[in-house]
Each structure stands twice: as structure tokens, then as C-alpha cells.
Design a protein around this ligand. Structure first.
Ligand code: MOS
Length: 709
């Protein structure tokens, strides 16, 4: 087929759903219309560990408009005992602000007032919520499938808890220059702009429809079905538009489960909107972590050893392990290497993925240590990294499908004017501010996940309806998948009707793991190829009058076992530290990314700069403070937990290398949703060191840590 059509992929198309969104014409989870809804409010435990001995719901039930109070004694029985998802199934309290009762009423105001009248009594047990790095630490189980372990724990795709190549201790003992430092990251919270909300409506005694904001309706349906004890096809999840997720709308689904339980109890549709405060507990968080980094190098600046020993907090109730040290397996060459992960199980809520899970924390440690080593060696930190570029993956030895990290480093250095930099700390002052620049690099896996199917209905009039249960969490999926479909089908954009975001559509993997566009787009591409083959080989080059309707599951990527597939990036930060107050500001951040073919430069830039801003927020602001006496995050609101706002952000520039990858998927794209937050915090910390001579190894970098020294 020949065409004069301009390719849609690669053009900066504005969001197709943008006009409807700004008019308020598309519904977010809470805004779907249902008839005669009731409203749910949650009662959360006021102790951290113990047993509920009594629930006095008399005052709540006496309120006009209250329909029911759900407790562990009367709530419907669920099919599993997952400590996070199976709410109200036992009297056990495993963390503070666990759901211990729920009130259904005619309005949300009545429900919330009545919830405040429920009196819960407890037998309180001693709790332990204090993160530490010594004492009894647990090694996480090796993963099974994508997210699990044989022991039923959650494991975010980490192949092995520990790896060892060569003899790292001997190499460190022999090394001409060493760095030994420990870096820590605090509690952090995803807080998408759209709070978690659900509407549940039973359409038959064993069939329920749930509207919620979801990063992946196919995965979420499977988990909710397992808990409710229903076949997955009896659950309909609808989530066409999602106001952000950052990981918090993937695994944490207890709010949807309890909404479905309430709707079953009262025989009506039920709506639940979590409060911001509740989102500090019920929707997951990034757990505190600690990283002891030891690097050894020879005098020429070649790394001989990398040891990355990590400890992370997890929940005693349900262990979740994150791959916080794996970035040290991927980034730099060194003949001797060890990475380890250990867990501290505590009486805390269940952690979960947050944008760039694992690498975001680990890269702060690794790339700060790299900067410290460059200083020890008297080497430029860009040159030091270039000198330690590996030939293939440093642990597996397999080649990378593409790795243009040196180009990213060189291009970023050029843009920020790195050659004019005086490496001496405290060498630049402007108007009472100490000015410094710093660099860090990063990588994130870029998988094409198996299990994505696409349906294409082609009509004789040239219209194509393309259906896949993908998600648009604000990233631009509605637009980018339409572009991919248009090119794959060789039709104009407006000849494509895309359908995503609900379970009636062919199954898809979740928005996350930097896999969305590669996995869903690869599936659409495969289905379109099959459609065009059918048209050409069996229908003489045109669509039959009754149309064609095919569903194709994308084949497994044959290169997945032969190549290591990662996105890469280099970030350069310019910071200003006020000489009197110690206030740190990031005046400029430049990122250059190796993300393969870019489908849409406009939505890509938006996603990249968004991640970089989240990285600045991680570097300077976000800090959940646990009060171990009460087992609670004390700053559990937006007054106390600051996320970078406009006034905190200077110039943020995202660039990319744009060369398609030959192996990641048929589009040549790589993930870009997470690599943009990897290394940002280290780039800022390294710039702060350059500006002030002060090395801050515990995030966030606040003025007290600078003034102290
Ligand atoms: Mo991303 S934390 O995998 O949603």
C-alpha cells in the first residue's frame, strides 16, 4: 500500500480529550451519573495495633438518613484474607487508620457526621513503627510472576533480592580510592490531583459495576474479583479518565472493595470519595529507605567495585519489597559488585509503587556516591561517568537494545554550559546566593509486557474502532494510541475511534512500569498488521461491505530474552542557596533522555518535565514524618506535606535523543514516564554540594541541613 498521508506518530498533536476535559465534559471517577446513590464514609482505627473489642454504632444509626453501619461483625464475608484488600473481615488492627467501620447514608455529609459518632473500643497492643537499619532485617522472597513471591508477598518485579559478581570486599580493600556513605529517603506520597473515588452498583446478585480511577482495569479487576470471590467477568470496571496515579491507583484497591461491600449491603449504588488525609494511609506510599554505598576505583577513575546494601520499611501485615538497589546493577561497569535488599517489617500501612519505584530512591544513593567518588578522584563528574560506561549489562552481560547515555550526558553538558564550570565548591556567588551545578544519570527498564490484546472493527466506510483496556492517567494515552493506530492502519487520525479504560475491552496491562505505550501500542500495531494482511490477502485490498472485526493478542517480543531494554537519561541541575537563610532553590533543570522513538513530542515533553518536577519535589520538599509514639504520619495534609508548587520551580527543559530502538517493540519506543524522575534528586544534591561544599545524604534537602554546617 502506498500513501501520501503524513505519519501521525512523531507529530505534536494536542490532547484529543483536552477540550472536553477543560469544559468539564468528561467524567472522573466520582462524577459518573448513577440513579439514587447512597454515600459511604469510613471509620479508621485510632490505635496502631490491637483488637477491636466493640463497635457502638447506636448513635450513628439513630441519625436520620443513615442506612447502615458496616463492621467486622456484620460485613459481608469476602473470599480471601488479604490484609490490605479484605477489609472488615476480622477484629485485628494492623496499622493506624486501618478501616474498622463504614457508614452508608443518604448524603456524604450525613455519612461523615455519623462516622464521627461511631465509638470503637480496642484492646491495644504494643506497636513498632520506627524505621531502622540494624537489628532483625528480612530478606524479601524472590519474585514469582510479575508482582508476587512464593510466600504471597508483594514484590515489584525484582528478580533477585541479592546479587553478587566477583569479590566485592576484596576489591574494596584493594581499591586505590574508596567512598563509603549512607543515603536515606523518607516516606513519600503519590497524591494524584484526583483523589481516589469509587462508585459501586450491583446489577445482579453476583455482578457489580465499579467506576474508579484505575491505572489498569484488567489487573485491578483480577485483584478485586479475588477478594470479592467473583469470576472476573462478573465485575465491570470503568475508568475512562484518571486525574493522575503515580502508582497509587494500581495495587491499592481497598477503597473499591469496601464501596462494593456497602452497595451490596444497602442494595443501591454507593459512592465513596477518600479525603486527602485518608490518602496518606489507604492508597499506598513510598516507604523510607536507607542505602549504604561503597565504591572502589583505581587512580584512572575506573570503578573496581560497587556495593549497594539497602534497607527499606515494609508493612508487617503484608510485605511489599521494592527494587531500590537494582539501579546499581545496570548503570556502571565494575568487575566486582554486590547489591542487597532487606526489609524492616513494621506496624505500618502497606507501601506501594510510586513513580520510578526503586530506581528513584536507589539512584539518589548511587549517583550521589558517584559524585563523591569523582571529587575524590579529582575528575569531572561527566567524564567519570563516561569512563565507566559498560559494554553490555554489567551483571547479565547481555547487550542493551540501545544505550545512548553518553550522548545524553554530552548533550546535557553542552546545553547547561558545563565547560564553563569551576569544579571548586563555593566558587560562584550571585546577589547573595551560592550557585552550583550538578549532574546525575539514570535508567529505568522499558519492557513490552505480554498479555495485551487489541480489537479492531473496520467498517467499509473506512472508520476503524480500536479497543484495548489501556489507561490514560493524564499521560496522553487517548492521543498517542490514536496516533499509533492511525499509522498502523494507514488512515487519518479522525478515521480512528479509540476505546480504552474499561474491562469490556480486550485485556491490557496497567499504566506503569514505563510499559504502557510499548505494550499497548505494540498490541495495536500487531492487530493493525493482521487486519491489513487480511484485507490484502483475503479481501482483494478493500474492506468487505459487512466490515471486519478481529481481536489479536500481541506476540511475545522475541528480543526480550536477548537484549536488556532500558531507557536512560542525564539530568543537570543548577541550584541557588541563599547565603543567609540557607534556602535551596533549583533555578534550572536540564534533562536529556534516551527514550527511543517519541510518539508525540507534546505529550512526551509534558510527561518528562512532570517527572523532573516530581524529582525536584523529592529533592527539596516531600517528607512524610512518622511519629513512632502514635504510628502515624503527623503531617498528613497538604499544609504539612509540601509538594513542589509553581513558585518552587524554575526553568525545566526536557530534551531527547529520539533514535528509535530496534528491539523494544515494533514502534521503536522506550518508556519515558519514570526515567525522568531517576537521578533528579542526586543531580540537585550534587549541585547543592557544588554550591555550598555541604553534602546532604538524607532527603529532602532542607535549609536546616545546610545551616547546620
Ligand atoms: Mo508507575 S509507579 O509504575 O505507576
Amino acid at each position: 500500500m502506498t500513501t501520501t498521508r503524513t505519519p501521525a506518530v512523531g507529530t505534536p498533536l494536542s490532547r484529543l480529550d483536552g477540550p472536553a476535559k477543560v469544559r468539564g465534559a468528561v467524567p472522573y471517577a466520582y462524577e459518573h451519573q448513577v440513579t439514587n446513590p447512597a454515600y459511604l464514609a469510613l471509620v479508621l482505627s485510632s490505635v496502631t495495633r490491637g483488637t477491636v473489642t466493640a463497635v457502638d454504632d447506636a448513635a450513628a444509626l439513630a441519625e436520620a438518613g443513615v442506612l447502615a453501619v458496616l463492621t467486622h461483625a456484620n460485613a459481608m464475608r469476602l473470599a480471601d484474607d488479604d490484609p490490605e484488600l479484605a477489609v472488615l473481615q476480622s477484629a485485628d488492627v494492623r496499622w493506624r487508620w486501618q478501616i474498622v467501620a463504614a457508614v452508608v447514608a443518604e448524603s456524604s455529609e450525613i455519612a461523615r457526621h455519623a462516622a464521627s459518632l461511631v465509638r470503637v473500643s480496642y484492646d491495644e497492643a504494643p506497636h513498632d513503627t520506627e524505621m531502622r537499619t540494624d537489628g532483625e532485617l528480612e530478606k524479601p522472597g524472590d519474585h514469582v510472576g510479575l508482582f508476587g513471591t512464593a510466600e504471597g508477598e508483594l514484590n515489584n518485579g525484582m528478580p533477585d533480592a541479592d546479587t553478587e559478581v566477583g569479590d566485592v570486599e576484596a576489591a574494596l580493600a584493594r581499591a586505590a580510592v574508596t567512598v563509603d556513605a549512607t543515603y536515606t529517603t523518607p516516606h513519600a506520597f503519590q497524591h494524584p490531583m484526583e483523589p481516589h473515588a469509587a462508585i459501586a452498583q450491583w446489577t445482579a446478585p453476583d455482578q457489580v459495576t465499579i467506576h474508579c480511577g484505575s491505572q489498569g482495569v484488567s489487573d485491578a479487576r483480577r485483584w478485586i474479583a479475588g477478594t470479592l470471590g467473583l469470576p472476573p467477568e462478573h465485575i465491570r470496571l470503568i475508568s475512562p479518565h484518571v486525574g493522575g496515579g503515580f502508582g497509587a491507583k494500581t495495587f491499592p484497591q481497598s477503597y473499591a472493595v469496601v464501596t462494593a461491600m456497602a452497595a451490596k449491603t444497602v442494595g443501591r449504588p454507593v459512592k465513596l470519595a477518600l479525603t486527602r488525609q485518608q490518602m496518606f494511609v489507604l492508597t499506598g506510599y513510598r516507604a523510607p529507605s536507607s542505602h549504604r554505598m561503597r565504591l572502589g576505583a583505581d587512580r584512572d577513575g575506573r570503578l573496581t567495585a560497587i556495593a549497594h546494601d539497602s534497607v527499606q520499611q515494609t508493612a508487617r501485615a503484608k510485605k511489599y519489597a521494592e527494587q531500590v538497589a537494582v539501579v546499581s546493577r545496570t548503570m556502571w561497569a565494575a568487575p566486582h559488585r554486590r547489591t542487597t535488599h532487606r526489609l524492616v517489617p513494621l506496624d505500618v500501612p502497606v507501601p506501594t509503587i510510586m513513580r520510578g519505584p526503586g530506581e528513584a530512591q536507589g539512584s539518589f544513593a548511587l549517583e550521589s556516591a558517584m559524585d563523591e567518588m569523582a571529587a575524590e578522584l579529582g575528575l569531572d563528574p561527566v567524564e567519570f561517568r563516561v569512563r565507566n560506561e559498560p559494554d553490555g549489562h554489567p551483571e547479565s552481560g547481555r547487550p542493551f537494545s540501545s544505550r545512548r547515555l553518553i550522548e545524553c550526558l554530552r548533550e546535557g553538558a553542552r546545553i547547561i554550559g558545563w565547560d564553563r564550570r569551576d569544579p571548586t565548591p563555593r566558587s560562584r556567588r550571585e546577589d547573595g546566593w551560592l550557585v552550583g551545578t550538578g549532574v546525575a544519570a539514570g535508567s529505568y527498564p522499558s519492557p513490552q509486557l505480554p498479555g495485551n490484546a487489541t480489537r479492531i472493527q473496520a467498517a467499509a466506510d473506512g472508520r476503524h474502532t480500536v479497543s484495548i483496556a489501556a489507561a490514560d492517567i493524564g499521560t496522553g494515552t487517548w492521543t498517542t494510541l490514536t496516533q499509533i493506530a492511525a499509522d498502523a492502519l494507514d488512515v487519518e487520525i479522525d478515521a480512528v475511534t479509540l476505546r480504552i479504560g474499561e474491562t469490556g475491552l480486550p485485556a491490557a496491562t496497567s499504566a506503569g512500569f514505563s510499559s504502557g505505550t510499548s505494550s499497548w501500542g505494540g498490541s495495536i500495531d500487531a492487530a493493525a498488521r493482521e487486519l491489513r494482511r487480511l484485507v490484502d490477502e483475503e479481501h482483494g485490498g478493500s474492506i468487505p461491505s459487512q466490515g471486519l472485526d478481529i481481536t489479536v493478542t500481541a506476540p511475545v517480543n522475541p528480543y526480550a530474552s536477548r537484549y536488556e531494554m532500558y531507557s536512560f537519561g542525564a539530568q543537570f541541575a543548577e541550584v541557588r542557596i541563599h547565603e543567609q537563610t540557607g534556602t535551596p532553590r533549583v533555578s534550572r533543570l536540564v534533562g536529556v533522555f534516551d527514550v527511543g522513538r517519541v510518539i508525540n513530542p507534546k505529550t512526551a515533553r509534558s510527561q518528562l518535565t512532570g517527572g523532573m518536577i516530581q524529582g525536584i519535589s523529592m529533592a527539596l520538599h516531600e517528607n512524610g514524618v512518622m511519629d513512632p509514639r502514635h504510628g502515624q504520619i503527623v503531617n498528613h495534609d497538604f499544609a504539612g506535606y509540601h509538594i513542589a508548587a509553581n513558585a518552587d520551580i524554575g526553568s525545566v527543559e526536557a530534551h531527547w535523543i529520539g533514535t528509535p530502538d530496534s528491539y523494544t517493540n515494533s514502534l521503536g519506543s522506550k518508556g519515558l514516564g519514570e526515567v525522568c524522575v531517576i537521578g533528579t534528586a542526586a543531580a540537585v544534591a550534587n549541585a547543592v554540594h557544588h554550591a555550598t561544599g555541604v553534602r546532604v545524604r538524607d532527603l529532602p534537602i532542607t535549609l536546616d541541613k545546610l545551616l547546620r554546617r
